[in-house]
Design a protein around this ligand. Sequence first.
Ligand code: ATP
Ligand code: MG
Length: 394
Amino acid sequence: MEQTYLIKYGEIGIKGKNRHLFEDALVRQIDLALERLQGEFHTRKEQGRIYVESDGSCESWEVLEALKKVFGIVGICPVMKTDDRGLEALGDDMIRFLEEGEYDLKGKTFKVVTRRARKSYPVESMEVNAYLGGRILEWCPEAAVDVHEPDILFHVEIRELIYIYSRVIPGPGGMPAGTGGRSMLLLSGGIDSPVAGYMMAKRGVVLDAVYFHAPPYTSERARQKVEDLARQVAVYAGPIRLHVINFTDIQLYIYEQCPHDELTIIMRRYMMKLAEIFAAKCGCLSLVTGESVGQVASQTMQSLAVTNAVCTLPVFRPLIAFDKREIVEIAEQIGTFETSILPYEDCCTIFVAKHPVTKPNLRAIERSERKLAEKIDELMEEAVRTAEVVEIRA
Ligand code: ATP
Ligand code: MG
């Protein structure tokens, strides 16, 4: 059966004269999300509303599942669409709406809210409310009207056509992809960075990603895992260009030249530097990481400061004040957790010192890095030159 959905969008409704840009971006993302489903869909913008029409080839729950992943949507309302055939016919439509939606109003209170967007409609909103309220009470005498705190709200919107709806299925909120600029995500195989990417995407940020691996110390399966994670994030974020960067020689060189307790922090500084090079290539104006204060030695305040010191772009760390438990909760909800906990090696866990510095001093670290002067530029260039790009789509 054909089905229409009214899309509610909160925050993007308030963007003044840029509003249409946000609406267009939302329509684009809705179309993209529905492309993967069977059947024909038509998304249209009409007077500050977005409607999705489905030809009914796929189940309503499938449409809802897809729309629930589109950032920018606050609520999804299955609506009944009818022609204007007079007030009595509208009453009949209302009863059909209740029957088809299997509403049980016994012992419940309700309210009808009519919006007359088409001012030429001959009956005033209040009168429509009263008439439809009466019809509903006839249909279910055990129900009662409560205009202050009703259990159920019935919305009637009178436009060219008339729309009746009640249920609002919550959407994910946030902003439509592409309205928040572009950012480079440092994506590892862990639990945190996919969640960090998801959170930025929720604000409308388009993501590119870098992944550092260290073959043969890290395996092909570890890399596959990161591609899988990127694909799961792409369900929400849209397509992601993943740059796979060979970090082995840089890591070995640092291991040879620098104190081992500083290995991780120095490595992290080079990761950031490389990420910035790829950010510039891709037009990203910022970096994103999954860091959280105090989680590990490389994420103490001092370590974060020393890592950050090499960056010229803003580094966004959406998980900075989250507990692991809270991060895991989101990872489970977005479906990355099961993949993240697969036990493959990560380049950060090979060659690590038993007791890494937890309070690194920037001058001391810079002094150690001078020992890399001879070959590091060349190795960085090599890493940039040999990076592979994988286009990741959900
Ligand atoms: P995650 O769970 O995201 O792997 P983590 O708790 O393991 O994080 P670290 O290993 O210290 O923490 O990494 C901190 C952040 O640095 C990660 O969230 C990620 O953004 C980035 N990062 C770490 N390793 C890599 C890697 N191999 N490739 C790309 N980015 C990485
Ligand atoms: Mg990690």
